[in-house]
Design a protein around this ligand. Structure first.
Ligand code: R5P
Length: 309
């Protein structure tokens, strides 16, 4: 098998290939001057893409990643179908169809939070995107999808996988926490997994989101006086959730507060906001970010092995 990527998800793809004992091949992705994307399977990759199943690693964030993923899946699909017809007349123009065997590995699945129709007229974006991809691949592995339920009823193989074992290992080695906190109910299962792997205490907060930049936590007594606490979430965007949770922990006497997540989006000054509230931030490299200290590749490798079995 071969692991391929365009510019989106390239670092994860390069790290993933050796873990799976596979070759990494970079596909051509670039931008026209008006910012529209261009993709191409290079001539030298055509044989390997036709002779072996292919894993495309690609993110759906930012929006350009979605389009790049769709275009690359189509380009790989054409190569495997043998549709090589081209205006330059480069031969061969067609070859036999080599059949199914294209898998998509998504380190960060953007639009995952738009997973319900809260008001009429809205669209369930997370589902729309998955349905687009399902047209042109044979299965997907997704790392720490915000709420997997949105894709669970798809008539299509989707493997959900988590980087929490790697996050737990990082926290155990570097932070040595006494206490793990989930900043909301949605992160409870991930944070519990980390607490169990480290063997430390656990609790959670109840969060109400007022708007994209404002959240409130219901006050709760936490037994954190003098303790080192790590807040574990699937993603950090503005950092608002972590900062408010950290404030609650500090008020209750926490000695040190760290934040850990799979997806470090760190939008709109989040890094400096977090620096004023926590002692350390630990993210995977599912997206390139300045706090990427954990590789997303081992978790994706686990998911892909299960998907391919
Ligand atoms: C939401 O439920 C997610 O799990 C995160 O808690 C949230 O997206 C973090 O966003 P922010 O960093 O902007 O508070």
């Amino acid at each position: 098998m071969v692991v391929v990527s365009g510019s989106s998800g390239r670092d994860v793809a390069e790290a993933l290939a050796p873990l799976l004992g596979m070759q990494y091949v970079e596909l051509v992705t670039r931008r026209f001057p008006d910012s529209e994307g261009y993709v191409r399977v290079p001539e030298e990759a055509i044989d390997v893409i036709r002779s072996e199943p292919v894993i495309l690693v690609s993110n759906t964030y930012p929006d350009s990643g979605i389009l790049q993923t769709i275009l690359l899946l189509e380009a790989i699909g054409d190569i495997r179908k043998g549709d090589l017809e081209n205006l330059k007349g480069i031969e061969p123009q067609s070859m036999p169809d080599v059949g199914p065997g294209v898998y998509l590995a998504i380190p960060y699945y953007g639009y995952s939070r738009q997973d319900k129709r809260f008001s009429k007229g809205e669209v369930i974006s997370a589902k729309v995107i998955a349905e687009l991809f399902a047209r042109s691949c044979d299965g997907m592995a997704i790392l720490d999808l915000h709420a997997p339920a949105v894709l669970e009823d798809m008539d299509f193989p989707v493997k959900f996988v988590s980087a929490m074992p790697e996050v737990a290992e990082r926290l155990a080695n570097v932070v040595k926490p006494d206490f793990i906190l989930s900043p909301d109910k949605g992160a409870i299962s991930r944070a519990t997994e980390v607490a169990n792997l480290i063997g430390c205490e656990f609790s959670y907060l109840e969060k109400t989101r007022i708007d994209a930049h404002t959240i409130e936590h219901t006050p709760k007594d936490l037994d954190v006086n003098g303790k080192v606490v790590a807040i574990v979430d699937d993603m950090i965007s503005t950092g608002g959730t972590i900062c408010r949770a950290s404030d609650a922990l500090r008020r209750q006497g926490a000695k040190e507060v760290h934040a850990a997540c799979t997806h470090g989006l760190f939008t709109g000054g989040a890094i400096s906001r977090l620096a004023n509230h926590v002692d350390g931030v630990h993210s995977t490299d599912s997206l390139p970010n300045p706090r990427a200290v954990v590789s997303a590749a081992p978790a994706l490798a686990r998911g892909l092995k299960e998907l391919l079995e």
